[in-house]
Design a protein around this ligand. Structure first.
Ligand SMILES: NC(=O)C1=CN([C@@H]2O[C@H](COP(=O)(O)OP(=O)(O)OC[C@H]3O[C@@H](n4cnc5c(N)ncnc54)[C@H](OP(=O)(O)O)[C@@H]3O)[C@@H](O)[C@H]2O)C=CC1
Ligand SMILES: C[C@H](O)[C@@H]1OC(=O)[C@H](O)[C@@H]1O
Length: 254
């Protein structure tokens, strides 16, 4: 069953990792897909090629999500290309691991601006378009297990993921009257560029695997089902919810 037939789906950070999987997954489910990305021109182009090979339309728009104008430009270009916006997947993010006591102010502030401000501006721009269209929509934000638990080298990052989770709860209230649903997914540890260096440490990787009841770390494709479900009419009465996609890591105390 194709759950997003005829819909227009926007994905931020769609060139690699979870965003790329979500974009291709949406196309597999019948959507036309616009991706935003920051720097990976070749990977963005290959994502669009995969979407087109599935018989769907694709569009890549380069831009830094930290800037409010990137959001309005992304939505405007998607509307020019596809006529409307049905779904926003707010996914773009960074996690430059660093210790707390000597955290450079610019690392802290950049992480806030990309992960938190970026999600805010993108979700707001998509919601404005959905409200103007008048027939609802869905926003899915990629938060994290880190919205709920800490990380020694993630003191700048985990608050942004808690913020994104909270943003979806408040936006669900603000946008419910417009028929716009807002939910988040909370991935555990998923093997992508963001943690390639961190997990190059074999002991660290084995430790993270050992904490996961399903016995393996996640792949970006593990997020396709949860994101497509929350974006689709199958989740028509789901809003303000948060779905852990972590192989059981969060509940594994002992
Ligand atoms: N991997 C994991 O274990 C987990 C990841 N997450 C979250 O998932 C999301 C995606 O990360 P993941 O797929 O793992 O990592 P990747 O590094 O593979 O993907 C990050 C994506 O975000 C884009 N991006 C980064 N900065 C910006 C920016 N300023 N403006 C626009 N796009 C930007 C990148 O574009 P480009 O390559 O073009 O620069 C890329 O497409 C993040 O929000 C992360 O916090 C949550 C929980 C766990
Ligand atoms: C980057 C981390 O490996 C990853 O990101 C998160 O949000 C979780 O903390 C994961 O472990």
């Amino acid at each position: 069953m194709r759950l997003l037939e005829g819909k227009t789906v926007l994905v931020t950070g769609g060139s690699t990792g979870i965003g790329r999987a979500a974009a291709i997954g949406a196309a597999q489910h019948g959507a036309n897909v616009a991706i935003n990305y920051a720097s990976s021109d070749d990977k963005a182009a290959s994502c669009i090629a995969e979407i087109e090979a599935l018989g769907q339309k694709g569009l890549a728009v380069k831009g830094d999500v930290a800037l409010p104008e990137t959001a309005s430009d992304f939505v405007a270009q998607a509307v020019d290309a596809f006529g409307r916006v049905d779904v926003m997947v707010s996914n773009a993010g960074i996690c430059p691991f660093h210790a707390f006591l000597d955290m450079p102010a610019e690392t802290f502030e950049r992480t806030q601006r990309v992960n938190m401000h970026g999600a805010y501006y993108m979700c707001q721009a998509a919601a404005r378009q959905m409200v103007a269209q008048g027939d609802g929509g869905a926003i899915v934000a990629v938060s994290s297990i880190s919205a709920l638990v800490g990380g020694e080298y993630q003191t700048h990052y985990t608050p942004t993921k808690a913020g994104v989770h909270s943003l979806m709860q408040s936006a669900a209230i603000a946008l419910g009257r417009h028929g716009i649903r807002c939910n988040s997914v909370l991935p555990g540890t998923i093997l992508t560029e963001i943690n390639k260096d961190d997990l190059a440490d074999a002991d660290k990787r084995r430790y993270m695997e050992s904490r996961t009841p399903l016995g393996r770390l996640g792949q970006p494709e593990d997020l396709i089902g949860p994101i497509v479900f929350l974006a689709s009419d199958m989740a028509a009465y789901v809003t303000g919810a948060a779905l852990l996609v972590d192989g059981g890591m969060f509940v594994n105390l002992q």
